[in-house]
Design a protein around this ligand. Sequence first.
Ligand code: BGP
Length: 484
Amino acid sequence: MTKSRFPKEFLWGGATAANQVEGAFDKDGKGLSIFDMVTFVPKEERGAIEMDIKSEAELASLLAGEKGDNFPKRRGVDFYHRYKEDIALFAEMGFKTYRLSISWPRIFPNGDDAEPNEAGLAFYDKVFDELLKHDIEPLVTISHYEMPLNLVQKYNGWEDRRLVDFFVRYAETLFNRYKDKVKLWLTFNEINISTLSPYIGSGMLVERLTNREQSIYQALHHQFVASALAVKACHQVIPEAKIGCMLARMEVYPETCHPDDVLAALEEDQKNLFFTDVQVRGAYPNFMLDYFKKNNINIEMQPGDQEILAAHPVDFLSFSYYMSMVASGSPEKKKEKGNFFSGVKNPYLEASDWGWQIDPKGLRITLKKMYDRYQVPLFIVENGLGAYDTVEEDGSINDDYRIDYLRAHIEQMGHAIEDGVDVMGYTSWGCIDLISASTSEMSKRYGFIYVDQDDYGNGTLERKKKKSFDWYKKVIETNGADLT
Ligand code: BGP
């Protein structure tokens, strides 16, 4: 065992989102969320992004039950009733932190309600108390793909400026209620997803949009302003708290050293870093203003918006990292599929069963690059391997492939820390098996803890420790020194 490369206060843990674990979608006054409307589609019938609901007609037919009743995110894995048992297992692994999200429609069932739903607030009080009892620090995402459906129907989501006020009211409600319990916050999960999935990222039905790109960037502007105002409110209400942004990070490599490929990779990368440029540096970068100009995109800003962005940058930058991408200067190159992103195949990397190109060193590269660019603490709040697991006859689950994936990534994160990057913590994605965000499968598993449930909701929901459970426990115990 070598000496630990990780700082003493390093925050090891795991991450989930309310819509993927809680279930109880209609309990205790909760309203419907955008993800409650996404049905399960078997792999063979699946297209590129299944979760994008595009039109009012599609939404109406889902609401009328015409597309069946298999809505996996409505059932999650019943964390709503089993949080004590689950948190006890996290504590047994030694978690220092647990990243979870609050379901917006549990607190404001319609999103535009004047008063919050007390039963929803009380639920998270219980969850936070349980975490604190086990010395686990909550890291809370305010919005993780869980917008109240009513905001889609009535306002077309973030296209409407009024969403800023609704979101800020929601965030302020959380800060005031949980100020003594939660000191680590994130505003929007993977804010860049809106460019690929306007429904999930911004609550917009694309068929209502007259100019798709214009509306996406306008909605994003509203989200940036709302996020900055949430940062402001958080600092006012909980001065000792830290609040960050969250990016689905895509490290992009050029396909060759041909300058056309290098330029293509740089421009892809800029598209990804645009979001953190606004949220960390507090201003729109020139390359994006130029892009808007060339593409006839006019962002409507209210007086004072730019000042708000500049005055309230985030305290830290968090991101998800699953894979890297390759960009080519020749547009006709075939693209590989990721969950939301696609690019050219990298011949040096292997891919998961879902085609995500596995690249641990890319994590080190991305940590170094982002720290150079922003010089703020970084937090890896999602990383992990979605895989099929098998329960052996003796009940064991030998997920060595998952251990290998995590070990290699943690190793590279350690090197980045040695290289001088300030990393606050690491929460592996889906620490307990949950419903997949992009495919709504249960069988795409990430957890250290197995949950007995299939894609159709059959199963006992019993929790079982996988082989990776004890492995991660040892990693945390030794503060990352022992990864064997
Ligand atoms: C991110 C989301 C998560 C999560 C993860 C894995 O994009 O923030 O919610 O689910 O990806 O993706 P998937 O569930 O599609 O495998």
